[in-house]
Design a protein. Structure first.
Length: 382
């Protein structure tokens, strides 16, 4: 956790003072409370914040009372409350704090304000608040909508930031803060909930960012129901066996006789989401002349105090990863579009269908939409 200061530090200092006033050593108090060695020192240093019942037990063991514990404490501000994720002003930037494995991690967001941070987090909180009056079958959709809204708000507010960082170091951490969820979900495993929700939410992000622009240009980008996905697979008559549930986002183009299917966008926030599971469907689509790009945040970092979201497509040593070879050499997908600024784009000498393209969320009229519209034009002409 970040260095203890302010209200919490004053409270823990009082706890230590009351122990010493009662004539007890750390080990002596641990014996009274039947605690293993080191716990009292850990509490007093703020390395672990004691629970309320533990604080009351310490007060009882030291013959102290709550009034003595609270004596002389500074005024408590909302920002001082310990959260899974928090932010503080650092000059013209904000520093975001969160736990990352065994590390007290921080991520600096340049040229940002606490008001902007609170706006993004409140967007997520307000979306999740709808869960209070939501039917069981709609819970997943509400969570996905809340995450998508918060992320799209973040890339609008901080257009200069790395979109992949905003997803991995801000939105995901805010989602895993139980206080951003209704209290009825207090015992929910939020790490598992994030794994389920984030994949759906990223599909929603794709459709909301590009859908309206592509629609104006005769292309439909949409998330299909399971039954509709199966109908698409059945109608294609592909030589290879494919699974309908591997379809993420559908592409169709408008014709005088109605919409015509021409591809699938494979949506992955990170390559850890088993992109190899999508390869059979993608290669079958490519062989059939359909469009099958991989759309990703290429989100990957290692736990540290200052994590760097290098991803898996932008190795610092310039070596090509197996993931990159899947696209550039094997052609498993119809190109790849990454929204991690640390991704290394492919040389333009490669065909567009074999390249890793670097994009952001500044404008839907970008490399991805141009590629999709060109693919539709070619498909329709053939």
């Amino acid at each position: 956790m970040p260095e203890v200061h302010g209200y919490l530090k004053a409270l823990l200092d009082n706890l230590k003072r009351l122990r010493e006033k009662g004539g007890l050593t750390e080990s002596g108090l641990e014996e009274r409370l039947i605690l293993g060695p080191g716990w009292i020192g850990r509490f007093e240093r703020g390395e672990t914040v004691p629970s309320i019942d533990m604080v009351l037990a310490i007060l009882h063991a030291t013959n102290s009372n709550l009034a003595e514990l609270l004596h002389g404490l500074p005024e408590l501000e909302a920002a001082a409350v310990a959260r899974v994720i928090s932010a503080e002003k650092a000059g013209t930037d904000i520093c975001i704090h969160f736990d990352y494995a065994d590390h007290d991690a921080q991520y600096t967001l340049p040229n940002s304000s606490l008001a902007e941070y609170e706006t993004v987090v409140k967007t997520l909180r307000d979306g999740l608040a709808q869960l209070v009056s939501t039917a069981e079958g709609q819970i997943g959709a509400i969570k996905s909508d809340a995450v998508a809204r918060a992320f799209l708000a973040a890339v609008r507010v901080w257009s200069h930031a790395n979109p992949s960082d905003l997803w991995g170091f801000l939105v995901s951490r805010a989602f895993c803060d139980p206080y951003n969820h209704p209290a009825q979900f207090a015992r929910l495993n939020l790490d598992q909930s994030w794994k389920r929700t984030s994949g759906w939410a990223f599909e929603v992000v794709l459709v909301r960012h590009y859908g309206p622009f592509l629609k104006q240009n005769g292309v439909n980008l949409y998330i299909a129901a399971s039954s509709a996905k199966q109908e698409i697979v059945d109608s294609l008559e592909l030589a290879d066996r494919v699974e309908a549930d591997k379809i993420d986002v559908v592409l169709s183009g408008e014709t005088p006789s109605g919409p015509r299917f021409f591809g699938v966008v494979h949506v992955k926030a990170s390559f850890a989401e088993r992109r190899t599971d999508d390869v059979p469907l993608s290669t079958a689509l490519v062989k059939g002349g359909y469009t099958s790009p991989l759309w990703t945040l290429d989100n990957k970092s290692m736990p540290s105090t200052h994590p760097i979201n290098r991803g898996e497509l932008g190795a610092a040593d310039g070596k090509r990863s197996a993931k990159r070879k899947d696209i550039e050499d094997e052609g498993y997908f119809t190109g790849c579009f990454s929204y991690n600024k640390n991704t290394r784009p492919s040389p333009e000498t490669l065909p567009a269908e074999r390249r890793v393209h670097l994009c952001d969320f500044a404008n839907p009229d970008d490399a991805f939409s141009k590629f999709i519209l060109q693919r539709w034009h070619t498909f329709r002409s053939s």
